[in-house]
Design a protein around this ligand. Structure first.
Ligand SMILES: [Zn+2]
Ligand SMILES: [Zn+2]
Length: 450
């Protein structure tokens, strides 16, 4: 008689929105937390996953898939709660996590000061310095045992997820059963990242579904989008304008720099200075240090050579030039917000959106060309600059996700990291590629037997 191994699952973070990712798995006496995210849209404590649910459960390891805040932001809180847990991630994620968490605190403090509010962070800088030694890193496709003991019977392997530097999917093997968690995944190549690698077939799949409800994403051909981008960019630069790309610091900044570099090499855009401002510069340095270890064809320090180092007063606002800056959503108080305001009145300039912007933010308003609301926010009389939107995603679109599911042939599929319509579309279409697959859209805080 074969003994059915007890495998329990509980999503302690968000499921049907893109917020705090955190999934708990219990394998008999061992417990594993996949990601320890934070939802930046909620007030501090409310953005933390419900770690209370695990008060009487073992948490022996925390596996981190990548260094975006919705996957790492509550890691210090989790470690306060589960002080015996080891933290496993890839070497690049370990470096990025430290920098990202410190920066998160820095932004929190700055915002509190600007709003004359007390600064009460979830954790302190000192605590961040203390937990760094708990991070253990493992390369892609190099399996390792929980706590290094084969006796635990629990084996992990990271696979390149193709999302940002260091991003990984996690394969967990336990007494003949195989479970794969995608983290955030992109199957096809970006400009730096090469696209995800996957394990052989698995029994249980926990997958993101970010673009499940996005019918447009699957119609975008990247090469056509690059051509359109190059054409619009060249037009503006020939007019002598400055083109601002508001971008996220981690991932998009570096991908766009590499794209600009290639376009310039092929003479598809004019050779003008490219400036990078804000936190993206710190992340560039990490890419420059770590990238060649994963992809040997990139030489160390390559991103640095693409940017124009010499800043002088106002020079970056004199065209023709390209300006890359955080935040991606033009949040008030950010560098990109100030640049956008300064560039807005001149019709030669343009703002190109190359990533997501929440509709409520200034970036979202500008994308939708809601100029009236923005004039007040920017305190300008005219909004004459051009606005263009391009789609260069770091996530798989929904057909790619179906392809991933078909390849992995799981008997059970758990859908997360997407709005409700996205999860539903996926649930409806998975039977097309995997008729016998059992699909679960879990409820946050609910326990499931797998
Ligand atoms: Zn991400
Ligand atoms: Zn995410």
């Amino acid at each position: 008689m074969s003994e059915r191994v007890r495998l329990k699952y509980c999503p302690v973070g968000a499921v049907s929105e893109i917020g705090a990712s955190a999934h708990y798995l219990q394998f008999d006496r061992w417990g594993v937390l996949l990601d320890a995210g934070l939802d930046p849209h909620h007030a501090l404590q409310d953005g933390v996953p419900a770690y209370d649910l695990l008060y009487d459960r073992p948490v022996n390891a925390i596996l981190i898939t990548h260094a975006h805040l919705d996957h790492i932001g509550s890691l210090p809180v989790a470690l306060q709660r589960f002080p015996r847990a080891r933290v496993y991630m890839t070497p690049a994620t370990a470096e990025l996590t430290e920098v990202m968490l410190h920066h998160y605190l820095h932004v929190q403090r700055k915002q509190a000061m600007e709003r004359w509010q007390p600064y009460r962070p979830l954790y302190s800088e000192e605590y961040l310095d203390m937990i760094r030694y708990l991070f253990q890193s493992f390369d892609y496709e190099a399996p390792f045992w929980l706590h290094g003991y084969e006796e635990s019977g629990l084996r992990f392997t990271f696979y390149d997820a193709g999302h940002i530097l260091g991003s990984a999917g996690v394969l967990i093997e336990w007494r003949g059963r195989r479970l794969f968690y995608t983290g955030n995944v992109r199957l096809s190549a970006q400009f730096i990242l090469k696209g995800a690698r996957l394990p052989d077939s698995v029994d249980v799949l926990i997958t993101e579904a970010t673009y499940g409800a996005d019918a447009e994403a699957e119609t975008i051909r990247r090469s056509a989008e690059v051509k359109r981008f190059a054409r619009h960019l060249s037009e503006r630069l020939r007019m002598g304008g400055v083109v601002l790309l508001p971008v996220f610091a981690l991932g998009r900044t570096q991908e766009m720099l590499m794209l600009l570099h290639r376009l310039r090499q092929k003479n598809q855009i004019p050779a003008v200075p490219i400036y990078v401002a804000g936190f993206g510069l710190a992340i560039n340095r990490l890419y420059d240090r770590m990238l060649h270890k994963i992809y040997p064809e990139y030489h160390r320090g390559q991103l640095r050579t693409i940017t124009f180092g010499r800043w002088s007063r106002g020079r970056h606002l004199r065209g023709p030039a390209i300006l890359i800056s955080t935040s991606g959503m033009l949040l008030p108080g950010s560098a990109s917000f100030d640049f956008a305001r300064q560039l807005a009145e001149d019709a030669r300039n343009a703002i190109f959106f190359v990533g997501y912007a929440d509709p409520e933010t200034p970036g979202g308003l500008l994308r939708e060309k809601k100029f009236e609301a923005l004039k007040e926010l920017f305190q300008v009389d005219r909004l004459e600059c051009g606005v263009e939107v391009f789609r260069f995603s770091a996530h798989a679109h929904r057909r790619e996700l179906l392809k991933l599911i078909k390849r992995l042939q799981p008997s059970q599929i758990i859908l997360t990291h997407g709005e409700k319509p996205a999860l539903q579309w996926m649930a409806e279409h998975i039977p097309d590629v995997l008729p016998d697959g059992q699909v679960l859209i879990p409820e946050s805080g609910t326990w499931y037997d797998l």
